[in-house]
Design a protein around this ligand. Structure first.
Ligand code: C2E
Ligand code: CA
Ligand code: CA
Ligand code: CA
Length: 274
């Protein structure tokens, strides 16, 4: 039994080592990929119920030289663990604002750009990162929205409020991403300078089948409106979900029903307005 235990320990150790070395390799690949410009943005629109594009959410993609186009699940976790998310986040901010200039040229200065911000990025440095990304260009109020999760807000609420206020002065707005999955109460959220709640995809998904998910969506919308906040439903995939959310006054809708996230070039023809 002792011997078998040792073999098991050896096997475990070997497996652990491969996992660790694979992770380390992935980290250095991401770092090199950032230097070589292998990352790009895909955009997904947020629509008003009558079909106008209100916003575009920027979503990171990695054009890996061997593995093809990779979605965030392949690299965001390792970026968050290693701190590389700060570098990736800077790239995403800069690139999102660069793409916004093309939107403005296409006559769509009205479309806001939404960018996801991870916990590790949400420090005092973020203000400087945003200023750097703006590169001296003015930012019309509401043109850039940062999406934060409840846990990022609730980790150090006092600090978060202070940081957000400084960014609001630059014209930035905030939304709460994946709303409903964390532990914050709406009453508490009132203290943060927030514009919008994004109802988590998991509640939208089973809207038609699950009465409690429908009740959750309904109450997020009602309470948000009572607090003067907007709502965006994530992960809208069916016509039935769209109709249900529209009928209950959800302000904006986002999901595969209108298409997968795409490069701005693919979206520009339908957005262009002269
Ligand atoms: P998220 O912020 O909740 O972004 C929405 C995700 O849901 C996107 O996945 C999008 O493609 C997907 N989605 C949109 N509509 C639907 C739908 O109708 N059905 C389903 N099943 N999924 C839908 P994606 O692009 O794979 O991004 C995953 C997550 O990675 C994001 O979740 C966000 O947390 C993170 N992420 C992406 N880009 C960045 C970034 O630049 N910075 C940071 N910090 N995180 C990012
Ligand atoms: Ca998001
Ligand atoms: Ca989300
Ligand atoms: Ca999510």
């Amino acid at each position: 039994a002792k011997r078998r235990g040792r073999n098991r320990a050896v096997a475990y150790r070997a497996e652990f080592d491969t996992t660790v070395s694979r992770r380390l390799q992935l980290i250095s690949e991401v770092r090199a990929g950032l230097e070589r410009g292998e990352f790009e943005l895909a955009f997904q629109a947020q629509y008003t119920p009558d079909g106008h594009v209100a916003a575009l959410e920027a979503l990171a993609r990695w054009r890996h030289p061997l593995r093809g186009l990779l979605e965030p699940a392949h690299f965001i976790p390792v970026c968050e663990e290693s701190g590389l998310i700060v570098d990736l986040g800077r790239y995403v901010l800069r690139e999102a604002l660069r793409e916004r200039r093309r939107l403005v040229e296409a006559g769509r200065a009205d479309v806001r750009i939404a960018v996801n911000v991870s916990a590790a990025q949400f420090t005092d440095d973020l203000h400087r990162d945003v200023l750097d990304a703006l590169d001296g260009q003015p930012l019309p109020p509401g043109a850039l929205e940062l999406e934060l999760t409840e846990s990022v807000l609730m980790d150090r609420p006092g600090h978060a409020i202070e940081l957000m206020r400084g960014l609001v002065e630059l014209g930035i707005t905030f939304s709460v991403d994946d709303f409903g999955t964390g532990y914050s109460s709406l009453a508490y959220l009132k203290r943060f300078p927030i514009k919008r709640l994004k109802i988590d995809r998991s509640f939208v998904q089973d809207l038609d089948a699950d009465a409690s998910d429908a009740a959750i969506c309904q109450s997020i919308i009602s309470l948000a409106h009572a607090l003067d906040l907007g709502t965006v439903a994530e992960g809208v995939e069916t016509e039935a979900q769209r109709a249900w959310l529209r009928d209950r006054g959800c302000d904006e809708l986002q999901g595969y029903l209108w298409g997968r996230p795409q490069p701005l070039d693919a979206l520009l023809p339908t957005l262009r307005r002269h």
